[in-house]
Design a protein around this ligand. Structure first.
Ligand SMILES: Cc1cc2nc3c(=O)[nH]c(=O)nc-3n(C[C@H](O)[C@H](O)[C@H](O)COP(=O)(O)OP(=O)(O)OC[C@H]3O[C@@H](n4cnc5c(N)ncnc54)[C@H](O)[C@@H]3O)c2cc1C
Length: 472
């Protein structure tokens, strides 16, 4: 496609082909009643994977039970149905599969299958485009998408589903290290090349650290594994827990301090009743967005400054086998957790020297490599995504509350620097974090994707995608 040609016109364009983008595509295909033209633009090879589901490592498990991972809010058993039909856990029945934390790769297979089925049954046509959008501009009734590989597209409606981005390694000298000494937690090939006796250092102690540790363990890694984290909080384990029996609505009227006090009291009560504290978190899980939105601005700030790291380890828990593996590695003295700040890294011999600053002063670790598991960036400006830079730079978008994500209306329409919402551009997924907080996991994404499709279609059905598009 070249600039000299008339840009190709689509009814709807979905930018980003991770889980959220694929759910939006399925939503449009399923709800369309006319032969619309839809394009899904994703630079990666396979849509529906993103960072979370691209892994083929069977040790990397979903952190949500299969029974809660349906792609469709109105068909809650759909993922379990897929697993049963695929014979993934034969001869186990659906009741045994629903509470399991299954390998994440099965979720990628599921989305792939459901996307194919939706394409086969829809009057709409979906084109997959392997490219990256670098700019969005408005031209009359259309939105113009500029592609990294050259060329432009027009679309009447746009779904922005670009997810977030891994944080760079937060240490001086990181850019000077050779690639084999500075490994990304999601780079399975580089992880597989680490010698079994090597000393490794993982920066970060969250879910990605857990992924790395279980992968190393499964491959028979024998060398020391150092985990460096400022707060040294490891993810806690899931437990088989029904939602605790308390009424969560009163929490919404409380201040942050009162809520924390109330939740601790509910957890203590659960323990007195011989029930796991996890049931308290299960109880409030459906209220995740309401809990955030009902906090005052000042309390949201306090949460981000003081509470979030404790919240995260309780809210984003790991499957029991993953937790057991971490405990085993710690008990046998192979995995060491350092409460310290990673300050600098430098090449040293055939490895890397890490300079840390901990509670007891400076500390030095010599390792074969440092693995970046510091998690994802929440500030759109810092995500190093050219499209987000362009949107923010041109004023077509502004950062969301507290500088995280992008600002959107309640229905996800993108808000510009002048405070105006554009209903043609709907944001789904983690970029809505500032407004919603809970906007990352499948239970939220499937609702946002369905609603974005439903909102886009009335403007599209029965219209020619070229209609109303001016020269640009
Ligand atoms: C390791 C891990 C495990 C997880 N496990 C679970 C789980 O068990 N259950 C659960 O509910 N959630 C889980 N999550 C949350 C998970 O992030 C979401 O479920 C989901 O994968 C998010 O999908 P997304 O499409 O919003 O973002 P992403 O997966 O980040 O996908 C965004 C896509 O957009 C593309 N993109 C970016 N910029 C552009 C551009 N300019 N143009 C075109 N394309 C672009 C990227 O290439 C990427 O493929 C997990 C997350 C991680 C990281």
């Amino acid at each position: 496609m070249s600039d000299a040609r008339t840009p190709e016109a689509f009814d709807a364009a979905i930018i980003g082909g991770g889980a959220a983008g694929v759910l939006a595509a399925i939503g449009l295909l399923r709800q369309a009643s006319a032969p619309l033209r839809i394009v899904l633009i994703e630079p990666g090879a396979e849509p529906g994977q993103g960072i979370a589901y691209a892994t083929r490592d069977p040790q990397h498990l979903l952190n949500v039970p299969a029974g809660k991972m349906s792609a469709f809010a109105d068909a809650p058993d759909d993922f379990v149905d897929f697993l049963v039909q695929a014979g993934a856990f034969s001869p186990l029945g659906r009741e045994s599969i629903a509470p399991r934390y299954v390998p994440r790769r099965l979720y990628a297979d599921y989305l792939h299958e459901r996307l194919g089925a939706a394409r086969g049954r829809s009057p709409a046509r979906l084109q997959l485009l392997r490219d990256r959008v670098v700019a969005l501009d408005k031209a009359g009734a259309a939105v113009v998408l500029t592609l990294q590989h050259g060329g432009r597209l027009h679309a009447r409606q746009v779904v922005l589903a670009v997810g977030n981005a891994p944080r760079p390694l937060p240490a001086r000298g990181a850019a000077t290290l050779e690639a084999r000494h500075r490994i990304d937690a999601w780079d399975s090939q580089a992880l597989a090349a680490i010698p079994a006796e090597a000393t490794v250092c993982i920066a970060g102690s969250g879910l990605s650290m857990a992924d790395v540790a279980v992968s190393l363990h499964a491959r028979g890694h024998r060398g020391p594994i150092h985990v460096v984290s400022r707060h040294a909080l490891l993810p806690l384990a899931h437990a088989e827990a029904a939602p605790a029996a308390f009424e969560p609505q009163p929490l919404l009227a409380m201040t942050l301090r009162q809520r924390m006090h109330a939740l601790r009291a509910h957890a203590a009560q659960a323990q007195r009743d011989g029930l796991p504290w996890q049931g308290v978190m299960e109880r409030i899980r459906p209220l995740g967005q309401a809990l955030w939105r009902s906090l005052s601005d000042a309390d949201q700030r306090r949460f981000l400054r003081h509470v979030v790291r404790y919240w995260d380890v309780h809210r984003h828990r790991i499957a029991a086998p993953v937790h057991e593996c971490l405990q085993l590695l710690q008990q046998r003295g192979q995995l060491h957790v350092h409460r310290a700040r990673l300050q600098a890294v430098s090449a040293a011999g055939d490895g890397v020297r890490l300079g840390l600053h901990g509670a007891c002063g400076p500390l030095r670790i010599d390792a074969h490599c440092v693995i970046n598991a510091t998690g994802v960036e929440m500030r759109a400006q810092a995500m190093r995504n050219p499209l987000l830079q362009q949107l923010l730079g041109s004023g077509a978008a502004v950062a969301g509350p507290h500088g995280i994500g992008l600002d959107t209306t309640d229905d996800g329409s993108l808000v510009d620097a002048g405070g105006n919402a554009d209903p043609r551009i709907r944001v789904i997924g983690s970029l809505r974090i500032g407004r919603l907080w809970e906007s990352l996991a499948i239970p939220e994404l499937r609702v946002q994707a369905r609603d974005a499709a439903a909102a886009a279609l009335p403007a599209l059905q029965g219209q020619d995608p070229g209609e109303g598009i001016g020269n640009s």
